[in-house]
Design a protein around this ligand. Sequence first.
Ligand code: OGA
Ligand code: MN
Length: 220
Amino acid sequence: MGTLSTPPALAPAALPDLVDALVARGWYVGENVLDAALCHELYRELTTLADHDALAAAGIGRGTEHVLRRDIRGDAIHWLDRESLAQRRFLAAMGTLQQALNQALFLGLFEYEAHFAHYPPGAFYKKHLDSFRGRANRVVSTVGYLNPEWPADAGGEMVIFAPDAPEREVARVRPQAGTFACFLADRVPHEVLPTRRPRASIAGWFRRNASLGGRVDPAH
Ligand code: OGA
Ligand code: MN
């Protein structure tokens, strides 16, 4: 009754489309799905971290196999740690998405991890999957974009390839604030084209714990 309320971080109307697209083809992209004010706050938080050299060069591989490969990926990251209200709002929205995915798809997702990613001009991320089939504790990937504006000639698009024909491009996503992508982590090849501007995103993964050879896969 006349009270100011915060709009939902993730447009509720997008959820049914997202679930349908994941089931039908394994990937979803929507524009204006993340709240504009929230994207702005997260963008400021990430650029402040970048300005203070508080980001870590991103590597590939897990655990003891983790290595830096600038020829494969050139972003710098910071894991979300719930430190700001903006992060907590974003993570709460991902909690809602997790519930929707579990109800519709019986995926048994139980945890979400995410990092800010900052790609300086010239950086890219070569074509990859986010997890390997059969070892998939990362089940569903999310990417939320934070950049207030993104001219058509700025590069830095995320290219999505068909799950069943990994050479066939099916979408090219401009990293514009509000745009949200979601896809099956072990099925959908994707890459980040070289960017000409500093590029800000949040990449995240819904996880299911996989037990491998009697060992439970560690959290990171
Ligand atoms: C990733 C990734 C895509 C993007 O971090 O694994 O594919 O558009 N990111 O930032
Ligand atoms: Mn990826």
